[in-house]
Design a protein around this ligand. Structure first.
Ligand code: KG4
Ligand code: ZN
Length: 340
């Protein structure tokens, strides 16, 4: 079979990214321009600034992705792009760019669900990985437990009822004055803290055993910090970080292992920005080893937002026959498995 080269574009949040991926598994280039330094000043992503920076950066980033892959646009077989979920103005920049390139070069256009991209990062990390498997997707906007039945075929078994796991990390980090983005900062600081110092709640959603809820633990941290402030007690940030992280990780590990056992699946994959968390990887690995489950997770730079993962997902969608027309639009609230 001939090689299929996908040029992929990702602009759903605050990273302008482009990549060239061969046959859905091999990364020829993966270029990311992060806007973190700009948004840091505001304590979070400012949508209008994100859109404007995407407009400014997108062409040079695509050019760089082609240059590193030593290819021209004519060599590309498919244009892949994230069209949701995400910030509408940010998504639109990538979608319009992808459509323009596909239109001018008359190449097939494949729109990708951002979370499908996160899952596909595992196909790059392990070129032999094939469905079915269970995937825990934990990012700034999502916490999903998904049964990946086949390429592009998903059953969402559990999701968050309120905050996403990454959102909880970011909010707690802000509460204890660590700044944005909070996940990596809590990850680092928690290494110096005592995980058992404070008992934060591990929430279970009664009627849905695989759903998550992180607003309780987040409020609990807020209450703890307020109480300490009122009493004039200085908080130990490392202890708060480590205890909070442990509460979140425990729930993520428990639910994932429970689902693997129920579905009789011996492969569990992690995906999304929070999958970069060291403690989550460690505890999940321990639990998987105990249960005879094979654990997969993408390397750090494939966990957080990037375009290579979008290129992989676009390839498998392309193989399944997915093609989008010139009416492709950004869908900020796109659901997984919708809109094929
Ligand atoms: O997947 P991602 O880059 O963007 C979204 O699609 O949301 O995830 C970003 C999220 C942020 O909330 C960030 O704080 C979190 O992932 N994150 C982490 C770590 N690295 C990134 N959370 C915990 N530990 C980390 N090491
Ligand atoms: Zn993401």
């Amino acid at each position: 079979m001939e090689d299929t080269l996908v040029l992929a574009i990702e602009t759903s949040c605050d990273e302008t990214a482009a990549a060239v991926v061969r046959n859905g598994r091999y990364v020829m280039s993966n270029i990311i321009s992060t806007q973190i330094e700009t948004h840091k000043k505001y304590g979070g992503v400012v949508p209008e600034i994100a859109s404007r920076m995407h407009v400014q950066n997108i062409n040079p980033i695509i050019q760089e992705a082609l240059d590193v892959a030593k290819l021209g646009l004519d060599d590309i077989d498919v244009i892949g792009v994230t069209y949701g979920p995400g910030l509408v103005g940010a998504l639109l920049v990538g979608v319009v760019e992808a459509k323009a390139l596909a239109f001018v070069k008359q190449k097939p256009l494949v729109g990708v669900h951002h979370i499908e991209g996160h899952i596909a990062a595992n196909y790059i990390e392990d070129p032999n990985l094939e469905p079915p498997f269970i995937c825990l997707i934990v990012s700034g906007g999502h916490s999903h437990l998904v049964h990946v039945k086949d390429y592009g075929e998903y059953d969402i078994i559990g999701k968050t009822r309120d905050d996403a796991a990454g959102e909880a990390f970011d909010k707690v980090a802000r509460t204890i004055g660590l700044g944005y983005p909070g996940g990596p900062k809590i990850d680092k600081l928690s290494k110096e803290g005592n995980r058992k110092a404070i008992e934060f709640p591990r929430a279970n959603v009664k009627e849905s055993p695989y759903d998550f809820s992180f607003s309780g633990v987040k409020s609990s941290v807020l209450n703890y910090v307020n109480e300490c402030n009122m009493k004039g007690i200085e908080i130990n940030k490392a202890d708060v970080a480590a205890s909070f992280q442990e509460a979140v990780v425990d729930v993520l590990v428990d639910n994932s292992i429970k689902l693997c056992k129920e579905k009789n699946t011996n492969i569990l994959a992690l995906a999304g920005g929070v999958a970069a968390n060291q403690r989550l990887r460690h505890k999940m690995k321990e639990a998987c080893e105990k249960e005879g489950i094979e654990l997969k997770y993408p390397s750090m730079d494939l966990c957080t937002d990037n375009a290579a993962m979008i290129g992989s997902a676009a390839y498998f969608e392309y193989l399944k026959g997915t093609r989008h027309g010139w009416d492709l639009n950004a869908v900020p609230g796109l659901k997984l498995g919708q809109g094929k």
